[in-house]
Ligand binder design. Structure first.
Ligand code: UD1
Ligand code: UDP
Length: 386
């Protein structure tokens, strides 16, 4: 009988779930060679459950660790202790973690303590600044030190790993699974369930979609951004803002203080991934500090102003669809105003490009795992950006 390997995926937050879901679904397609196990830390609760529901994934283990006001120490220690028990019981052949959250790092470290093989999905992203984004840059570097298999989304992320002396044969350039997920989701005739979104006149209004959550932007940097947004709605009659507000109470406090009660600013709950992706598709412009949104929006041909000082995703900046603008109030206002008044500049940034993936990343990742265990003879093809 052919060998069967047990593959445990570990994730905990919304973006990890969105980007791991296509992998979980792909793992289920190989029952003869793969036994999949899903363990979630639930570092996020509602925002994780939204994604699990959409992709019909029922975790085998749920550590349910989220607490209001959780610290990095809380998340790390609870995840480590919880995963120790799960790993002891399941004894997987390989643990897959994704990206750069505290769940990612704790998952990799727990697997290492069990001397279990670790595969890192979305490996090799770097800003080279250990406090920006904080703590993500260090989470992904430390995970990279532990990982045995590195699934780098792009040639740039592969080059980062090679410069850190990661063995070339352990790196597979796969594209980012977020593009796999996006392919399932965006439709031209999508109808929103939400009454507020149904009521927005996307043809005659220019909708700015906003998300913010980065730890290093909490407090004053976010306040600056929101003041600039307010000024823009006061100045442009046809501009409306749709802002699905992250569940973090530290984000909500400042959002409500600066943007609460304004007629043209729609503060809403985090959207399910499907309406959110379709909202990106309808929006005129996106302002965000999100990593995932920086990858998705270029594929949809939407200009993105990134509310951060650094990015680990330089590909779309180089392609010209994403611009890094930081959080200074005047700069945010000026950059957004430029795109609202300079049609040629807007069109230049609205050229769609797809440097992050082609929808085949999960297939390549599963093939790489099977190849590592000698269950297929060929390495997967390499993702080439077009
Ligand atoms: C986390 C990740 C970050 C990732 C982001 C995606 C770390 C250190 N941070 O940041 O890398 O980009 O997720 O969104 O791993 N909350 C809820 N319900 C939810 C989710 C969050 O109430 O479904 C609230 C809780 O009060 C929680 C707080 O948000 O304590 C912060 O959550 P946490 O995971 O610590 O940080 P994020 O800023 O979400
Ligand atoms: N997203 C979502 N609903 C929202 C806001 C974002 O489904 O209301 C999705 C978005 O499409 C992307 C992911 O969440 O795939 C990004 O998550 P987040 O910005 O929280 O984290 P980051 O990518 O910065 O780690």
């Amino acid at each position: 009988m052919a060998k069967n390997i047990k593959v445990m995926t570990v994730f905990g937050t919304r973006p990890e779930a969105i980007k791991m879901a296509p992998i979980v679904l792909e793992l289920q397609k190989h029952p003869d060679t793969i036994t999949p196990v899903v363990a979630v830390t639930a570092q996020h609760r509602e925002m994780l459950d939204q994604v699990l529901g959409l992709f019909h994934i029922t975790p085998d283990y749920d550590l349910n660790l989220m607490a209001a006001g959780q610290t990095l120490f809380d998340i790390t220690t609870k995840a480590m202790n919880g995963l120790d028990k799960v790993l002891t019981k399941e004894q997987p052949d390989i643990v897959l973690v994704h990206g750069d959250t505290t769940t990612t790092f704790a998952g990799a470290l727990a697997a290492y303590y069990h001397q279990t093989t670790v595969g890192h999905v979305e490996a090799g992203l770097r800003t080279h600044n250990k406090y920006s984004p904080f703590p993500e840059e260090m989470n992904r570097k430390l995970t990279g030190c532990i990982a045995d298999l590195n699934f780098a989304p792009t040639a740039t992320s592969e080059a980062n790993l090679l410069s850190e002396n990661v063995p070339k044969k352990s790196i597979f350039v796969t594209g980012n699974t977020v593009i796999d997920a996006l392919h399932h989701t965006v439709q031209d005739d999508f109808a929103f369930d939400d009454e507020l979104l149904q009521g927005i006149d996307f043809e005659h209004k220019r909708v700015i979609l906003v998300t913010t959550h980065r730890r290093e932007n909490l407090g004053e940097p976010m306040r600056h951004v929101y003041k600039a947004l307010r000024q823009l709605t006061e100045e442009f009659d046809d501009v409306e803002i749709v802002f699905p507000v992250h569940k973090n109470p530290k984000v909500r406090e400042v959002v409500n203080a600066e943007l609460g009660g304004l007629e043209k600013v729609h503060l809403i709950e985090p959207l399910d991934y499907e309406p959110f992706a379709n909202l990106m598709h309808r929006a005129h412009l996106i302002l965000t500090d999100s990593g995932g949104v920086q990858e998705e929006a270029p594929a949809l041909g939407k200009p993105v102003l990134v509310l951060r000082d650094t990015t680990e995703r330089p590909e779309a900046v180089e392609a010209g669809t994403v611009k890094l603008i930081g959080t200074d109030r005047d700069r945010v206002y000026e950059e957004a105003k430029r795109l609202l008044t300079d049609e040629a500049e807007y069109q230049r940034m609205a050229e769609s490009c797809n440097p992050y993936g082609d929808g085949e990343a999960s297939r390549r990742i599963i093939q790489a795992i099977l190849y590592h265990y000698g269950l297929v003879g060929e390495r997967p093809d390499r993702f080439e950006a077009k």
